[in-house]
Design a protein. Sequence first.
Length: 191
Amino acid sequence: MSTESAPREERPYDISELRSAPSLVMVNTGHGKGKSTAAFGTVLRAVARGWPTAVVQFLKSGNWNTGEEKVCRELGVQWFSAGDGFTWESDDIDETKAKAVAAWDFSAQLIAGGEYRLVVLDEISYAMTWDWIDAADVAAALESRPEKVSVILTGRDMVDEVVEVADTVTEMVKVKHAFDRQIRAKKGLDY
């Protein structure tokens, strides 16, 4: 570790002009690993602050038995697995699409209802990029959400309409991934 001090980063703003916001819209996107994992880390922060929190998963079904679902349910997070798996595993793509549409309708109600301080829409980007749900409707719901409702949206290739209304957008960049070496997802690390 270097003993030299790092150069002080220049701020593009005057710190005295910072303000508080009652809620935020955050996007975790990109082709790197960690989009959902980052969202679930924020879920833990919200729960630790006593925030009512909900997660809606757009691809995963209730059969996945993930570690994050198990722990979050134990902590009181409302968890809704609305999908039926990855599209390439679908036996009926029309049913898979219908589930995504229903998941969005349900999510829009969760957001508008204002009961939850944090709502995570996990892997929602796919339903928008495949034109299953209207990106403009999602963006409008985010813009008109109740004042205290924060929303995190995850998934690759997040649509421009959502990126535009988001407060924070983080792109996960893949440098290297075990799957590229034909290594399966590992319980405890990946789910």
